[in-house]
Design a protein around this ligand. Structure first.
Ligand SMILES: Nc1nc2c(ncn2[C@@H]2O[C@H](COP(=O)(O)OP(=O)(O)OP(=O)(O)O)[C@@H](O)[C@H]2O)c(=O)[nH]1
Ligand SMILES: [Mg+2]
Length: 600
Protein backbone atom coordinates (compact mmCIF):
# COMPACT_ATOMS: atom_id res chain seq x y z
CA UNK A 1 0.00 0.00 0.00
CA UNK A 2 1.33 3.42 -0.83
CA UNK A 3 1.98 5.95 1.90
CA UNK A 4 -0.54 8.76 1.65
CA UNK A 5 -1.35 11.97 3.51
CA UNK A 6 -4.47 14.00 2.72
CA UNK A 7 -4.63 17.64 3.69
CA UNK A 8 -6.75 20.71 3.00
CA UNK A 9 -5.42 24.25 3.10
CA UNK A 10 -7.90 26.54 4.82
CA UNK A 11 -7.88 30.20 5.86
CA UNK A 12 -9.53 33.57 5.56
CA UNK A 13 -9.51 35.13 2.08
CA UNK A 14 -6.09 36.26 0.83
CA UNK A 15 -4.06 34.83 3.69
CA UNK A 16 -1.94 32.97 1.12
CA UNK A 17 -3.35 29.46 0.65
CA UNK A 18 -2.86 29.23 -3.11
CA UNK A 19 0.58 30.81 -2.86
CA UNK A 20 1.57 28.24 -0.25
CA UNK A 21 0.37 25.41 -2.49
CA UNK A 22 2.57 26.86 -5.29
CA UNK A 23 5.52 26.59 -2.96
CA UNK A 24 4.66 23.02 -1.95
CA UNK A 25 4.45 22.00 -5.62
CA UNK A 26 7.66 23.80 -6.43
CA UNK A 27 9.77 22.65 -3.52
CA UNK A 28 8.66 19.04 -3.63
CA UNK A 29 10.08 18.94 -7.15
CA UNK A 30 6.67 17.98 -8.52
CA UNK A 31 6.96 20.51 -11.29
CA UNK A 32 9.32 19.14 -13.92
CA UNK A 33 12.57 21.05 -14.38
CA UNK A 34 11.39 22.82 -17.49
CA UNK A 35 7.74 23.05 -16.63
CA UNK A 36 6.55 26.64 -16.83
CA UNK A 37 3.82 27.70 -14.46
CA UNK A 38 2.16 30.92 -13.37
CA UNK A 39 2.00 32.40 -9.94
CA UNK A 40 -0.93 30.96 -7.97
CA UNK A 41 -1.01 28.13 -10.47
CA UNK A 42 -4.03 26.47 -8.87
CA UNK A 43 -6.25 29.52 -9.51
CA UNK A 44 -6.74 28.30 -13.03
CA UNK A 45 -9.99 29.79 -14.29
CA UNK A 46 -10.26 33.25 -15.85
CA UNK A 47 -12.24 34.96 -13.12
CA UNK A 48 -9.95 33.53 -10.45
CA UNK A 49 -6.91 34.93 -12.17
CA UNK A 50 -8.47 38.33 -12.78
CA UNK A 51 -9.76 38.75 -9.27
CA UNK A 52 -6.86 37.07 -7.54
CA UNK A 53 -9.15 34.87 -5.47
CA UNK A 54 -9.93 31.18 -5.39
CA UNK A 55 -13.54 30.40 -6.30
CA UNK A 56 -13.51 26.61 -6.58
CA UNK A 57 -11.59 24.24 -4.38
CA UNK A 58 -9.09 22.20 -6.37
CA UNK A 59 -6.85 19.30 -5.69
CA UNK A 60 -3.34 18.38 -6.52
CA UNK A 61 -0.86 15.85 -5.29
CA UNK A 62 2.84 15.98 -4.64
CA UNK A 63 5.52 13.43 -3.90
CA UNK A 64 7.75 13.90 -0.91
CA UNK A 65 10.18 11.14 -0.02
CA UNK A 66 8.11 8.00 -0.52
CA UNK A 67 4.84 9.71 0.38
CA UNK A 68 2.07 10.92 -1.83
CA UNK A 69 0.50 14.05 -0.34
CA UNK A 70 -2.93 14.96 -1.68
CA UNK A 71 -3.60 18.66 -1.18
CA UNK A 72 -6.90 20.46 -1.57
CA UNK A 73 -6.71 24.23 -1.94
CA UNK A 74 -9.95 25.84 -0.74
CA UNK A 75 -11.52 29.26 -1.32
CA UNK A 76 -11.24 31.72 1.58
CA UNK A 77 -14.11 33.99 0.63
CA UNK A 78 -17.13 33.54 2.88
CA UNK A 79 -19.52 33.04 -0.07
CA UNK A 80 -17.74 29.82 -0.94
CA UNK A 81 -17.56 28.58 2.65
CA UNK A 82 -19.85 25.63 1.91
CA UNK A 83 -17.12 24.06 -0.23
CA UNK A 84 -14.73 24.09 2.69
CA UNK A 85 -16.93 21.99 4.89
CA UNK A 86 -17.28 19.28 2.25
CA UNK A 87 -13.57 19.30 1.55
CA UNK A 88 -12.75 18.93 5.25
CA UNK A 89 -14.56 15.60 5.36
CA UNK A 90 -12.21 14.25 2.69
CA UNK A 91 -8.92 14.92 4.45
CA UNK A 92 -7.20 13.74 7.60
CA UNK A 93 -5.43 16.96 8.50
CA UNK A 94 -5.36 20.64 7.64
CA UNK A 95 -2.97 23.51 7.21
CA UNK A 96 -4.69 26.53 8.78
CA UNK A 97 -3.08 29.69 7.50
CA UNK A 98 -3.35 33.00 9.24
CA UNK A 99 -1.89 36.33 8.19
CA UNK A 100 0.87 37.42 10.59
CA UNK A 101 -0.59 40.91 10.78
CA UNK A 102 -4.33 40.55 10.18
CA UNK A 103 -4.64 37.66 12.56
CA UNK A 104 -7.90 35.85 13.20
CA UNK A 105 -10.59 37.05 10.77
CA UNK A 106 -14.26 36.01 10.34
CA UNK A 107 -13.50 33.23 7.89
CA UNK A 108 -10.61 32.00 10.05
CA UNK A 109 -13.16 31.46 12.80
CA UNK A 110 -15.58 29.79 10.40
CA UNK A 111 -13.07 27.29 9.03
CA UNK A 112 -11.44 26.56 12.41
CA UNK A 113 -14.84 25.86 13.93
CA UNK A 114 -15.75 23.41 11.14
CA UNK A 115 -12.36 21.76 11.26
CA UNK A 116 -12.46 21.26 15.04
CA UNK A 117 -16.00 19.94 14.93
CA UNK A 118 -14.95 17.32 12.38
CA UNK A 119 -12.12 16.26 14.67
CA UNK A 120 -9.28 17.19 12.31
CA UNK A 121 -5.74 17.80 13.46
CA UNK A 122 -4.38 21.16 12.37
CA UNK A 123 -0.96 22.51 11.56
CA UNK A 124 -1.09 26.28 12.03
CA UNK A 125 0.90 28.34 9.53
CA UNK A 126 1.53 31.96 10.46
CA UNK A 127 2.03 33.38 6.97
CA UNK A 128 3.44 36.65 5.60
CA UNK A 129 6.00 37.05 8.39
CA UNK A 130 7.97 39.19 5.92
CA UNK A 131 5.44 42.04 6.26
CA UNK A 132 6.73 45.09 8.16
CA UNK A 133 3.60 45.12 10.26
CA UNK A 134 3.77 41.38 11.02
CA UNK A 135 3.27 40.48 14.67
CA UNK A 136 3.54 36.68 14.73
CA UNK A 137 3.54 36.33 18.53
CA UNK A 138 0.25 38.17 18.87
CA UNK A 139 -1.28 36.10 16.08
CA UNK A 140 -0.16 32.80 17.64
CA UNK A 141 -1.86 33.92 20.87
CA UNK A 142 -5.00 34.78 18.95
CA UNK A 143 -5.02 31.29 17.48
CA UNK A 144 -4.59 29.64 20.89
CA UNK A 145 -7.46 31.75 22.24
CA UNK A 146 -9.63 30.86 19.28
CA UNK A 147 -9.01 27.14 19.69
CA UNK A 148 -9.78 27.35 23.40
CA UNK A 149 -12.98 29.34 22.80
CA UNK A 150 -14.12 26.78 20.28
CA UNK A 151 -13.63 23.84 22.60
CA UNK A 152 -10.74 22.20 20.79
CA UNK A 153 -9.65 18.91 22.32
CA UNK A 154 -6.26 18.85 24.08
CA UNK A 155 -4.84 17.03 21.11
CA UNK A 156 -6.13 19.69 18.71
CA UNK A 157 -4.86 22.53 20.91
CA UNK A 158 -1.43 21.03 20.85
CA UNK A 159 -0.92 22.12 17.24
CA UNK A 160 2.47 22.64 15.64
CA UNK A 161 3.15 26.21 14.45
CA UNK A 162 5.05 27.00 11.28
CA UNK A 163 6.16 30.56 10.53
CA UNK A 164 6.21 31.26 6.81
CA UNK A 165 6.60 33.73 4.02
CA UNK A 166 4.88 31.54 1.47
CA UNK A 167 5.52 33.93 -1.40
CA UNK A 168 9.27 33.69 -0.84
CA UNK A 169 9.26 29.96 -0.17
CA UNK A 170 10.43 30.51 3.41
CA UNK A 171 9.36 28.58 6.51
CA UNK A 172 10.64 27.79 10.00
CA UNK A 173 9.38 26.25 13.23
CA UNK A 174 10.60 29.08 15.47
CA UNK A 175 10.79 32.81 14.74
CA UNK A 176 14.29 32.84 16.23
CA UNK A 177 15.57 30.27 13.71
CA UNK A 178 17.24 31.34 10.48
CA UNK A 179 14.96 31.23 7.42
CA UNK A 180 14.53 27.73 6.05
CA UNK A 181 12.60 26.21 3.18
CA UNK A 182 9.36 24.21 3.19
CA UNK A 183 11.05 21.02 4.37
CA UNK A 184 9.66 21.66 7.85
CA UNK A 185 6.14 21.89 6.41
CA UNK A 186 6.53 18.58 4.55
CA UNK A 187 7.89 16.92 7.69
CA UNK A 188 5.03 18.31 9.79
CA UNK A 189 2.53 16.93 7.26
CA UNK A 190 4.09 13.47 7.38
CA UNK A 191 4.46 13.40 11.15
CA UNK A 192 1.40 15.25 12.41
CA UNK A 193 -1.32 14.42 9.91
CA UNK A 194 -2.79 10.99 10.69
CA UNK A 195 -2.44 8.36 8.01
CA UNK A 196 -5.69 7.49 6.24
CA UNK A 197 -7.87 4.93 8.00
CA UNK A 198 -9.66 2.18 6.11
CA UNK A 199 -8.27 -0.76 4.19
CA UNK A 200 -7.78 -1.66 0.56
CA UNK A 201 -9.05 -5.15 1.38
CA UNK A 202 -12.52 -4.01 2.50
CA UNK A 203 -15.42 -3.63 0.05
CA UNK A 204 -15.08 -0.39 -1.90
CA UNK A 205 -16.44 2.88 -0.51
CA UNK A 206 -15.63 6.27 -1.98
CA UNK A 207 -17.40 9.59 -1.48
CA UNK A 208 -17.83 12.32 -4.07
CA UNK A 209 -17.05 15.82 -2.76
CA UNK A 210 -16.72 17.92 -5.94
CA UNK A 211 -18.19 17.67 -9.41
CA UNK A 212 -16.48 18.48 -12.62
CA UNK A 213 -17.61 18.27 -16.21
CA UNK A 214 -15.71 17.20 -19.29
CA UNK A 215 -17.08 17.37 -22.83
CA UNK A 216 -15.71 13.93 -23.67
CA UNK A 217 -16.43 11.88 -20.58
CA UNK A 218 -19.34 13.87 -19.08
CA UNK A 219 -19.83 14.31 -15.35
CA UNK A 220 -16.83 13.58 -13.17
CA UNK A 221 -16.96 13.01 -9.42
CA UNK A 222 -13.83 13.87 -7.49
CA UNK A 223 -13.81 11.40 -4.65
CA UNK A 224 -11.96 10.16 -1.62
CA UNK A 225 -11.61 6.40 -1.42
CA UNK A 226 -12.23 5.34 2.16
CA UNK A 227 -12.12 1.59 1.63
CA UNK A 228 -11.27 -0.96 -1.01
CA UNK A 229 -9.91 -0.58 -4.52
CA UNK A 230 -11.39 1.02 -7.61
CA UNK A 231 -10.40 -0.08 -11.10
CA UNK A 232 -11.19 1.25 -14.51
CA UNK A 233 -14.13 -0.75 -15.90
CA UNK A 234 -15.44 -1.77 -12.45
CA UNK A 235 -19.17 -2.21 -11.99
CA UNK A 236 -20.26 -0.21 -8.95
CA UNK A 237 -23.35 0.87 -7.09
CA UNK A 238 -23.91 4.57 -6.44
CA UNK A 239 -25.64 5.33 -3.14
CA UNK A 240 -27.76 8.49 -3.45
CA UNK A 241 -28.76 10.90 -0.67
CA UNK A 242 -32.34 9.56 -0.66
CA UNK A 243 -31.16 6.01 0.07
CA UNK A 244 -31.53 4.70 -3.48
CA UNK A 245 -28.79 2.68 -5.19
CA UNK A 246 -28.04 3.19 -8.87
CA UNK A 247 -25.91 0.79 -10.95
CA UNK A 248 -22.94 2.26 -12.75
CA UNK A 249 -19.55 1.58 -14.25
CA UNK A 250 -16.26 3.39 -13.89
CA UNK A 251 -15.43 4.42 -17.47
CA UNK A 252 -12.34 6.36 -16.53
CA UNK A 253 -10.21 6.82 -13.44
CA UNK A 254 -8.11 9.96 -13.25
CA UNK A 255 -5.25 10.63 -10.88
CA UNK A 256 -3.67 13.94 -9.89
CA UNK A 257 -0.03 14.93 -9.79
CA UNK A 258 1.09 18.52 -9.73
CA UNK A 259 -0.96 20.48 -12.23
CA UNK A 260 -1.58 17.39 -14.33
CA UNK A 261 -4.36 14.88 -14.45
CA UNK A 262 -3.62 11.49 -15.92
CA UNK A 263 -5.58 8.38 -16.60
CA UNK A 264 -4.83 5.58 -14.16
CA UNK A 265 -5.95 1.96 -14.01
CA UNK A 266 -6.47 1.53 -10.32
CA UNK A 267 -6.54 3.38 -7.00
CA UNK A 268 -6.98 2.26 -3.42
CA UNK A 269 -8.17 3.26 0.02
CA UNK A 270 -6.73 6.54 1.25
CA UNK A 271 -6.36 8.18 -2.15
CA UNK A 272 -8.23 10.99 -3.91
CA UNK A 273 -9.18 10.42 -7.55
CA UNK A 274 -11.58 11.63 -10.22
CA UNK A 275 -14.11 9.12 -11.49
CA UNK A 276 -16.04 9.31 -14.76
CA UNK A 277 -18.90 7.22 -16.07
CA UNK A 278 -21.71 7.92 -13.64
CA UNK A 279 -24.38 10.08 -15.28
CA UNK A 280 -26.40 10.70 -12.15
CA UNK A 281 -23.56 11.41 -9.75
CA UNK A 282 -24.06 14.15 -7.14
CA UNK A 283 -21.96 15.60 -4.39
CA UNK A 284 -22.19 13.40 -1.29
CA UNK A 285 -22.96 10.17 -3.18
CA UNK A 286 -21.06 7.03 -2.18
CA UNK A 287 -19.52 4.81 -4.82
CA UNK A 288 -19.89 1.32 -3.37
CA UNK A 289 -18.98 -2.26 -3.97
CA UNK A 290 -21.87 -3.77 -5.98
CA UNK A 291 -22.17 -6.85 -3.76
CA UNK A 292 -21.65 -5.21 -0.41
CA UNK A 293 -22.96 -1.67 -0.89
CA UNK A 294 -22.68 0.43 2.29
CA UNK A 295 -23.38 4.16 1.97
CA UNK A 296 -21.33 6.73 3.87
CA UNK A 297 -23.10 9.59 5.71
CA UNK A 298 -24.53 11.93 3.10
CA UNK A 299 -22.98 15.37 3.14
CA UNK A 300 -24.63 18.34 4.64
CA UNK A 301 -24.72 21.17 2.13
CA UNK A 302 -25.04 24.66 3.54
CA UNK A 303 -28.34 26.32 2.75
CA UNK A 304 -28.43 29.43 0.60
CA UNK A 305 -28.93 32.74 2.38
CA UNK A 306 -29.52 35.09 -0.54
CA UNK A 307 -31.77 35.17 -3.62
CA UNK A 308 -31.81 37.18 -6.82
CA UNK A 309 -34.13 36.94 -9.77
CA UNK A 310 -32.62 36.53 -13.23
CA UNK A 311 -35.00 37.69 -15.96
CA UNK A 312 -35.23 37.97 -19.71
CA UNK A 313 -33.95 41.40 -20.63
CA UNK A 314 -36.88 43.58 -21.65
CA UNK A 315 -35.22 46.98 -21.82
CA UNK A 316 -35.55 49.07 -24.99
CA UNK A 317 -31.99 48.03 -25.87
CA UNK A 318 -32.67 44.31 -25.39
CA UNK A 319 -31.17 41.87 -27.88
CA UNK A 320 -28.61 44.28 -29.33
CA UNK A 321 -25.47 43.13 -27.53
CA UNK A 322 -26.02 39.53 -26.45
CA UNK A 323 -25.97 36.22 -28.31
CA UNK A 324 -28.26 34.33 -25.92
CA UNK A 325 -31.28 36.32 -24.83
CA UNK A 326 -34.32 34.06 -24.60
CA UNK A 327 -35.87 32.58 -21.48
CA UNK A 328 -35.10 29.07 -22.75
CA UNK A 329 -31.41 29.80 -23.18
CA UNK A 330 -31.16 31.41 -19.76
CA UNK A 331 -32.98 28.48 -18.15
CA UNK A 332 -30.68 25.94 -19.83
CA UNK A 333 -27.59 27.79 -18.68
CA UNK A 334 -28.80 28.13 -15.11
CA UNK A 335 -29.82 24.47 -14.99
CA UNK A 336 -26.37 23.47 -16.22
CA UNK A 337 -24.82 25.55 -13.45
CA UNK A 338 -26.89 23.77 -10.81
CA UNK A 339 -25.64 20.33 -11.91
CA UNK A 340 -22.10 21.07 -10.74
CA UNK A 341 -22.67 23.86 -8.21
CA UNK A 342 -24.38 22.29 -5.23
CA UNK A 343 -24.33 25.47 -3.18
CA UNK A 344 -26.84 27.16 -5.49
CA UNK A 345 -30.53 26.55 -6.10
CA UNK A 346 -32.81 27.42 -9.00
CA UNK A 347 -36.56 27.91 -9.12
CA UNK A 348 -38.34 28.64 -12.37
CA UNK A 349 -40.80 31.42 -11.60
CA UNK A 350 -42.42 31.30 -15.07
CA UNK A 351 -42.73 34.29 -17.42
CA UNK A 352 -38.99 34.44 -17.99
CA UNK A 353 -38.15 34.82 -14.28
CA UNK A 354 -35.63 32.55 -12.55
CA UNK A 355 -35.01 32.67 -8.84
CA UNK A 356 -31.37 31.84 -8.09
CA UNK A 357 -30.28 31.34 -4.47
CA UNK A 358 -26.76 31.18 -3.14
CA UNK A 359 -24.50 32.00 -0.24
CA UNK A 360 -23.75 35.59 -1.04
CA UNK A 361 -23.45 38.37 -3.54
CA UNK A 362 -20.03 37.32 -4.79
CA UNK A 363 -21.21 33.82 -5.61
CA UNK A 364 -24.08 35.29 -7.62
CA UNK A 365 -21.97 37.91 -9.39
CA UNK A 366 -19.43 35.25 -10.38
CA UNK A 367 -22.21 33.30 -12.09
CA UNK A 368 -23.57 36.45 -13.77
CA UNK A 369 -20.09 37.50 -14.88
CA UNK A 370 -19.42 34.07 -16.39
CA UNK A 371 -22.73 34.20 -18.22
CA UNK A 372 -22.14 37.61 -19.74
CA UNK A 373 -18.74 36.47 -20.99
CA UNK A 374 -20.42 33.53 -22.67
CA UNK A 375 -22.68 35.95 -24.56
CA UNK A 376 -25.79 36.03 -22.36
CA UNK A 377 -27.98 39.03 -21.83
CA UNK A 378 -30.38 39.23 -18.87
CA UNK A 379 -31.76 41.26 -16.01
CA UNK A 380 -30.99 40.79 -12.30
CA UNK A 381 -32.97 42.05 -9.34
CA UNK A 382 -31.72 43.33 -6.01
CA UNK A 383 -30.44 40.53 -3.75
CA UNK A 384 -32.87 39.56 -1.03
CA UNK A 385 -32.03 37.53 2.03
CA UNK A 386 -33.86 34.28 2.57
CA UNK A 387 -36.29 34.41 5.45
CA UNK A 388 -37.40 31.13 6.98
CA UNK A 389 -39.49 29.93 9.86
CA UNK A 390 -37.75 28.21 12.72
CA UNK A 391 -40.23 26.79 15.26
CA UNK A 392 -42.88 29.27 14.20
CA UNK A 393 -40.55 32.29 14.40
CA UNK A 394 -39.63 34.29 11.32
CA UNK A 395 -35.82 34.15 11.04
CA UNK A 396 -33.19 35.71 8.83
CA UNK A 397 -29.44 35.13 8.30
CA UNK A 398 -27.00 36.98 10.54
CA UNK A 399 -23.39 37.68 9.76
CA UNK A 400 -20.26 38.21 11.81
CA UNK A 401 -18.69 41.46 10.57
CA UNK A 402 -15.16 42.67 11.29
CA UNK A 403 -13.96 46.06 10.15
CA UNK A 404 -10.59 47.78 10.40
CA UNK A 405 -10.97 51.56 10.25
CA UNK A 406 -8.90 54.64 11.01
CA UNK A 407 -9.73 55.67 14.60
CA UNK A 408 -10.95 59.09 13.52
CA UNK A 409 -13.64 57.54 11.35
CA UNK A 410 -14.87 54.81 13.64
CA UNK A 411 -17.70 57.00 15.00
CA UNK A 412 -19.21 57.55 11.55
CA UNK A 413 -19.03 53.88 10.69
CA UNK A 414 -20.52 52.73 13.99
CA UNK A 415 -23.41 55.14 13.54
CA UNK A 416 -24.10 53.91 10.01
CA UNK A 417 -24.02 50.30 11.09
CA UNK A 418 -26.35 51.07 14.00
CA UNK A 419 -28.99 52.16 11.50
CA UNK A 420 -28.51 48.83 9.78
CA UNK A 421 -29.24 46.96 13.01
CA UNK A 422 -25.64 45.92 13.71
CA UNK A 423 -24.70 45.16 17.28
CA UNK A 424 -21.15 46.04 18.30
CA UNK A 425 -19.33 43.21 20.05
CA UNK A 426 -15.79 44.47 20.55
CA UNK A 427 -13.37 47.23 19.67
CA UNK A 428 -9.58 46.95 19.95
CA UNK A 429 -6.69 49.07 18.66
CA UNK A 430 -5.00 47.56 15.63
CA UNK A 431 -1.65 48.84 14.39
CA UNK A 432 -1.02 52.57 14.22
CA UNK A 433 -4.17 54.69 14.31
CA UNK A 434 -6.53 51.87 13.36
CA UNK A 435 -9.27 50.12 15.24
CA UNK A 436 -10.71 46.67 14.75
CA UNK A 437 -14.43 46.57 15.50
CA UNK A 438 -16.58 43.45 15.48
CA UNK A 439 -20.33 43.34 14.96
CA UNK A 440 -23.19 40.95 14.54
CA UNK A 441 -25.53 42.15 11.84
CA UNK A 442 -28.50 40.86 9.86
CA UNK A 443 -27.31 39.99 6.33
CA UNK A 444 -29.96 42.40 5.06
CA UNK A 445 -28.15 45.27 6.72
CA UNK A 446 -24.99 44.47 4.77
CA UNK A 447 -26.57 44.71 1.32
CA UNK A 448 -25.36 47.95 -0.16
CA UNK A 449 -23.13 48.73 2.81
CA UNK A 450 -19.74 48.14 1.19
CA UNK A 451 -19.96 51.10 -1.19
CA UNK A 452 -20.99 53.42 1.62
CA UNK A 453 -18.25 52.07 3.85
CA UNK A 454 -15.54 52.64 1.27
CA UNK A 455 -16.76 56.21 0.73
CA UNK A 456 -16.97 56.89 4.47
CA UNK A 457 -13.45 55.59 5.10
CA UNK A 458 -12.01 57.09 1.90
CA UNK A 459 -11.05 53.63 0.76
CA UNK A 460 -8.94 53.00 3.87
CA UNK A 461 -11.37 50.73 5.67
CA UNK A 462 -11.31 46.96 5.36
CA UNK A 463 -14.41 44.87 5.96
CA UNK A 464 -14.96 41.14 6.17
CA UNK A 465 -17.98 39.11 7.07
CA UNK A 466 -19.08 35.54 7.27
CA UNK A 467 -22.39 33.77 7.90
CA UNK A 468 -23.21 32.91 11.52
CA UNK A 469 -26.74 31.55 11.82
CA UNK A 470 -30.44 32.23 11.30
CA UNK A 471 -31.92 34.44 14.04
CA UNK A 472 -35.29 36.09 14.63
CA UNK A 473 -36.14 38.81 12.14
CA UNK A 474 -34.78 42.17 13.25
CA UNK A 475 -37.22 44.65 11.71
CA UNK A 476 -36.58 47.22 9.00
CA UNK A 477 -33.02 48.28 8.26
CA UNK A 478 -31.90 51.51 6.62
CA UNK A 479 -31.35 51.29 2.88
CA UNK A 480 -29.81 53.52 0.23
CA UNK A 481 -29.60 57.12 1.29
CA UNK A 482 -29.73 58.74 -2.12
CA UNK A 483 -32.19 58.75 -4.98
CA UNK A 484 -31.57 58.01 -8.64
CA UNK A 485 -31.10 60.31 -11.61
CA UNK A 486 -33.45 58.85 -14.21
CA UNK A 487 -33.33 59.54 -17.92
CA UNK A 488 -36.57 60.76 -19.51
CA UNK A 489 -35.30 60.24 -23.06
CA UNK A 490 -33.98 57.61 -25.44
CA UNK A 491 -30.84 58.38 -27.43
CA UNK A 492 -27.16 59.05 -26.91
CA UNK A 493 -25.92 60.98 -23.91
CA UNK A 494 -24.42 64.39 -24.70
CA UNK A 495 -21.41 65.93 -22.98
CA UNK A 496 -23.25 69.22 -22.67
CA UNK A 497 -26.16 67.76 -20.72
CA UNK A 498 -23.95 65.57 -18.53
CA UNK A 499 -21.98 68.69 -17.69
CA UNK A 500 -25.16 70.44 -16.61
CA UNK A 501 -26.31 67.48 -14.53
CA UNK A 502 -23.04 66.96 -12.71
CA UNK A 503 -23.90 69.11 -9.74
CA UNK A 504 -27.09 67.08 -9.21
CA UNK A 505 -25.11 64.02 -8.19
CA UNK A 506 -22.59 61.40 -9.32
CA UNK A 507 -22.92 60.26 -12.93
CA UNK A 508 -22.71 56.61 -14.10
CA UNK A 509 -22.57 57.39 -17.82
CA UNK A 510 -20.36 59.25 -20.25
CA UNK A 511 -20.99 61.02 -23.57
CA UNK A 512 -22.17 58.71 -26.38
CA UNK A 513 -23.48 56.08 -23.98
CA UNK A 514 -26.88 54.81 -25.05
CA UNK A 515 -29.69 55.75 -22.70
CA UNK A 516 -33.44 55.19 -22.59
CA UNK A 517 -36.43 56.39 -20.68
CA UNK A 518 -36.35 54.90 -17.18
CA UNK A 519 -32.61 54.13 -17.27
CA UNK A 520 -30.68 55.33 -14.23
CA UNK A 521 -27.76 57.48 -15.26
CA UNK A 522 -26.48 58.58 -11.87
CA UNK A 523 -27.01 58.90 -8.15
CA UNK A 524 -28.91 61.98 -7.00
CA UNK A 525 -27.28 64.02 -4.21
CA UNK A 526 -30.62 63.99 -2.37
CA UNK A 527 -32.84 61.21 -1.18
CA UNK A 528 -35.53 61.50 -3.87
CA UNK A 529 -35.43 60.30 -7.49
CA UNK A 530 -35.05 62.98 -10.15
CA UNK A 531 -36.01 62.74 -13.83
CA UNK A 532 -33.48 64.36 -16.13
CA UNK A 533 -32.68 64.72 -19.80
CA UNK A 534 -29.15 63.53 -20.63
CA UNK A 535 -29.37 63.91 -24.43
CA UNK A 536 -30.02 67.63 -24.74
CA UNK A 537 -27.43 69.28 -26.98
CA UNK A 538 -26.31 72.83 -26.76
CA UNK A 539 -28.64 75.20 -28.59
CA UNK A 540 -27.19 76.04 -32.03
CA UNK A 541 -26.40 79.66 -32.71
CA UNK A 542 -24.80 81.44 -35.65
CA UNK A 543 -22.20 83.07 -33.53
CA UNK A 544 -19.42 80.68 -32.61
CA UNK A 545 -19.13 80.71 -28.86
CA UNK A 546 -15.53 81.37 -28.06
CA UNK A 547 -14.19 78.02 -27.00
CA UNK A 548 -17.07 77.33 -24.60
CA UNK A 549 -17.40 73.76 -25.86
CA UNK A 550 -13.82 72.87 -25.25
CA UNK A 551 -14.16 74.29 -21.76
CA UNK A 552 -16.55 71.51 -20.75
CA UNK A 553 -14.87 69.54 -17.99
CA UNK A 554 -16.56 66.29 -17.12
CA UNK A 555 -16.02 64.48 -13.86
CA UNK A 556 -15.16 60.87 -14.77
CA UNK A 557 -18.23 58.64 -14.29
CA UNK A 558 -18.43 56.34 -11.30
CA UNK A 559 -17.44 52.85 -12.38
CA UNK A 560 -20.57 50.80 -11.72
CA UNK A 561 -19.41 47.28 -12.42
CA UNK A 562 -21.70 44.32 -11.86
CA UNK A 563 -20.86 43.97 -8.20
CA UNK A 564 -21.15 47.62 -7.30
CA UNK A 565 -24.34 48.03 -9.28
CA UNK A 566 -25.91 44.98 -7.65
CA UNK A 567 -25.14 46.41 -4.21
CA UNK A 568 -26.51 49.79 -5.20
CA UNK A 569 -29.97 49.00 -6.60
CA UNK A 570 -33.24 49.03 -4.68
CA UNK A 571 -36.31 46.82 -5.01
CA UNK A 572 -37.92 48.91 -7.74
CA UNK A 573 -34.76 48.81 -9.85
CA UNK A 574 -33.01 46.22 -12.03
CA UNK A 575 -29.63 45.59 -13.57
CA UNK A 576 -29.47 45.03 -17.28
CA UNK A 577 -26.45 42.84 -17.97
CA UNK A 578 -25.09 42.22 -21.47
CA UNK A 579 -21.68 41.12 -22.75
CA UNK A 580 -20.83 44.79 -23.32
CA UNK A 581 -22.72 46.75 -20.68
CA UNK A 582 -24.08 46.84 -17.18
CA UNK A 583 -26.95 49.32 -17.08
CA UNK A 584 -29.15 50.23 -14.15
CA UNK A 585 -32.84 50.91 -14.72
CA UNK A 586 -36.16 51.37 -13.01
CA UNK A 587 -38.33 48.26 -13.27
CA UNK A 588 -41.13 50.50 -14.52
CA UNK A 589 -39.70 52.67 -17.23
CA UNK A 590 -42.12 55.58 -17.57
CA UNK A 591 -42.81 58.11 -14.90
CA UNK A 592 -46.55 57.59 -15.40
CA UNK A 593 -46.24 53.85 -14.63
CA UNK A 594 -44.15 54.53 -11.56
CA UNK A 595 -46.64 57.12 -10.27
CA UNK A 596 -49.55 54.77 -10.85
CA UNK A 597 -47.72 51.97 -9.05
CA UNK A 598 -46.74 54.07 -6.04
CA UNK A 599 -50.33 55.22 -5.60
CA UNK A 600 -51.43 51.60 -5.28
N1 LIG B 1 3.95 39.73 1.78
C1 LIG B 1 3.51 38.50 1.51
N2 LIG B 1 2.47 38.35 0.66
C2 LIG B 1 2.03 37.10 0.41
C3 LIG B 1 2.63 35.97 1.01
N3 LIG B 1 1.95 34.87 0.59
C4 LIG B 1 0.99 35.30 -0.25
N4 LIG B 1 1.05 36.64 -0.38
C5 LIG B 1 0.19 37.49 -1.21
O1 LIG B 1 -1.13 37.49 -0.70
C6 LIG B 1 -2.08 37.58 -1.78
C7 LIG B 1 -3.10 36.49 -1.67
O2 LIG B 1 -2.49 35.25 -1.91
P1 LIG B 1 -3.32 33.96 -2.33
O3 LIG B 1 -2.34 32.84 -2.31
O4 LIG B 1 -4.11 34.19 -3.55
O5 LIG B 1 -4.31 33.86 -1.09
P2 LIG B 1 -5.47 32.80 -0.88
O6 LIG B 1 -5.50 32.51 0.58
O7 LIG B 1 -5.31 31.65 -1.80
O8 LIG B 1 -6.76 33.66 -1.28
P3 LIG B 1 -8.24 33.08 -1.59
O9 LIG B 1 -8.08 31.78 -2.27
O10 LIG B 1 -8.91 34.10 -2.45
O11 LIG B 1 -8.91 32.96 -0.26
C8 LIG B 1 -1.27 37.53 -3.06
O12 LIG B 1 -1.10 38.84 -3.53
C9 LIG B 1 0.06 36.92 -2.62
O13 LIG B 1 1.13 37.33 -3.43
C10 LIG B 1 3.74 36.17 1.89
O14 LIG B 1 4.32 35.25 2.45
N5 LIG B 1 4.12 37.46 2.11
MG1 LIG C 1 -6.57 30.87 -3.08
Amino acid sequence: MQKIRNIAVIAHVDHGKTTLVDGLLEQSGTFGDHEQHDERAMDSNDLERERGITILSKNTAIRYKDYKINIIDTPGHADFGGEVERVLKMVDGVLVLVDAYEGVMPQTKFVVKKMLALGKKPIVVINKIDKDSADPDRVVDEMFDLFAQMDATDDQQDFPVVYAAARDGIAKMDMADPDGDFKCIFEAIINDVPEPEGSADNPAQAQVFTLDYDNYVGKIGISRIFNGRLKKGDQIKLAKADGAFVNGKISKLIGFLGLNRMEIQEAEAGDIVAIAGMETVDVGDTICDPINPVALDPMHVEEPTLTVVFSVNNSPLAGQEGKFVTGNKIRERLEAEMTTNVAMKLEDGGEGLFKVSGRGELQITVLAENMRREGFEFGISRPEVIVKEVEGVKCEPFEHLVIDVPETLSGTVIERLGKRKAEMKSMVPMGVGFQRIEFEIPARGLIGFRGQFLTDTKGEGVMNHSFMEFRPYSGTVASRQYGALISTEKGEAMAFSIFNLQDRGGMFIQPQDKVYEGMIIGEHSRSNDLSVNPIKGKAQSNVRSSGADEAIKLVPPRDMNLEKALEWIEDDELLEVTPLSVRIRKRLLTEAERKRYSRK
